[in-house]
Design a protein around this ligand. Structure first.
Ligand code: SAH
Length: 213
């Protein structure tokens, strides 16, 4: 179930769905997704589907992880830092950490963050900074980020996140309530102008406010 062949089949499927960034495909081929799931579900880890991780949350579908990651890499200038809203299982975090120098990730549910921390440690990924907070406000103490990715959907575009985009930085985020659209926003140079592109309809868990212990 966790064999290289099973993983390779998932990668072929992602390619068939239009994912073309070879770096992203390589990292997804070598990152074990099963360790991000409870044992009872780990046999489904290499299916191209979202899976529950407890607390009413889900580990995103591999296609979505790949698509969001390649969109960011293709849209921003040079990316040395990325902010992720919604660490969840830590799987998307692990993918980013192998492609980008510094990864900052915010999660509002403490037990999910604790588990994610263990898994990232187990994989030897030391360039990840985790924070237990409401990510709707980004990570305001940090400087700006070259890229921001949200794996939870706000109803409307959060202005706080736009402020934390570095010049030529890119944000990928699902926006909407029942009907959500994966949206790319790119800051034009160091101006306060942003270019927005709607990519495709998606289904994410909602971005909620506040934190839980
Ligand atoms: N990237 C994760 C996806 C988890 S689902 C993965 O691949 O496993 C989205 C996550 O966003 C959930 O864990 C949820 O608790 C978290 N979330 C929702 N609203 C949030 C907020 N305001 N701040 C931080 N995290 C939030």
């Amino acid at each position: 179930m966790t064999s290289q062949r099973t993983r390779q089949r998932l990668i072929e499927r992602l390619e068939a769905e239009g994912v073309s960034n070879l770096e992203v495909l390589d990292v997804m081929a070598t990152t074990p997704r099963h360790i991000f799931l409870d044992e009872a579900l780990s046999h489904r880890a290499y299916e191209d589907t979202a899976l529950p991780i407890g607390f009413g949350q889900t580990l995103s579908q591999p296609y979505i992880v790949a698509r969001m990651t390649e969109t960011l890499l293709g849209a921003a200038g040079k990316i040395d830092s990325v902010l992720e809203i919604g660490t969840g299982s830590g799987y998307q975090t692990a993918i980013l950490a192998q492609l980008i120098k510094d990864v900052y990730s915010v999660e509002r549910i403490k037990p999910l963050q604790d588990k994610a921390r263990q898994r990232l440690h187990q994989l030897g990924l030391r360039n990840v900074f985790l924070r237990h907070a409401d990510g709707g406000f980004g990570w305001p103490e940090e400087k700006q980020f070259d890229a921001i990715i949200s794996t939870a959907a706000p109803r409307t575009m959060p202005k706080e996140l736009l402020k934390q985009l570095a010049p030529n930085g890119a944000l990928v985020i699902p926006v909407g309530d029942k009907e959500q659209v994966l949206t790319l926003v790119v800051r034009e140079g160091d101006s306060d102008d942003f270019h927005t592109t709607e990519l495709e309809p998606v289904r994410f868990v909602p971005l909620l406010s506040g934190v839980t212990r």
